[in-house]
Design a binder for this molecule. Structure first.
Ligand code: COA
Length: 212
């Protein structure tokens, strides 16, 4: 479990979420347009609630998931980030079974990042993402990925992410894993000098992220 950390904004601090933060996280992450039908929404965040009950012995807050909350000086939650394995990682048609564990130990995904409207444009999302990146880097992860709406390409670009229609990753075998999700863009950032973004088949591609 990580201690609360002070930000450059003295009124805001970032802390790891606890199992008592289920409703808070659901409320904050519901600010993200998940492109789901209304009836799909309540259940869509159930895996997150469930993951919050996992032990939090570190380095991530909840086993392979990392949940952070930003709160103001009164302890009121004003932003959150939720990260963990992407769905495609456990899909045999998208991720080779033999590589599954390596992928889950090296690459993680931001599932949600949100700041309440009254606190936007104060650097809170940047701080939450930065905290998450540092923790994943320290835990041996080499790349962080996410899916986003096209309108947020500039936002993630400012935060150092490369956006493309496809998420492409070279496997240690030399094969190329390349995913597309209709209506979404993928963004990725390298966390370790052992990995890089190179151009493969004309696409920005995460290379070296899964090497020994
Ligand atoms: C997107 C969102 C998380 C940004 O939060 P925020 O705390 O206001 O962002 P920050 O203040 O940390 O901004 C970081 C940088 O991005 C810029 N930025 C913020 N929102 C932006 C947007 N919608 N489009 C383009 N740039 C944006 C800021 O100007 C800042 O740039 P700078 O540091 O170079 O000046 C917030 O607007 C939000 O919660 N939106 C609804 C949920 C959502 O869409 N989440 C993202 C998808 S997972």
């Amino acid at each position: 479990m990580h201690a609360p950390t002070a930000l450059s904004d003295p009124d805001i601090r970032v802390r790891t979420a606890t199992h008592a933060d289920g409703d808070t996280l659901v409320e904050l992450i519901s600010l993200v347009d998940l492109q789901l039908r209304a009836e799909e929404l309540p259940g869509a965040l159930d895996p997150m609630r469930h993951a919050l009950t996992d032990s939090d012995e570190g380095p991530l807050s909840h086993r392979r998931n990392h949940f952070l909350i930003a709160e103001n000086s009164d302890g009121v939650p004003v932003g959150a980030i939720t990260c963990g394995p992407a769905k495609w990682m456990s899909n045999p048609s998208r991720s080779p079974t033999i590589m599954r564990r390596r992928i889950a130990e090296r690459v993680s995904t931001v599932h949600g990042l949100a700041v309440v409207p009254a606190y936007r444009n104060r650097g809170i999302a940047r701080a939450l993402l930065h905290h998450a990146e540092e923790t994943f880097r320290d835990a041996g992860y080499t790349a962080l990925t996410l899916r986003h709406d096209r309108s947020l390409t500039k936002f993630y670009g400012r935060l150092g992410y490369t956006s493309h229609n496809r998420l492409s990753l070279t496997l240690p075998t030399g094969e190329l894993l390349s995913l597309v999700d209709r209506g979404w863009k993928h963004a990725f950032k390298i966390l370790s000098p052992t990995a890089s973004i190179t151009t493969v088949q004309g696409m920005p591609t995460i290379t070296g992220a899964l090497s020994d």
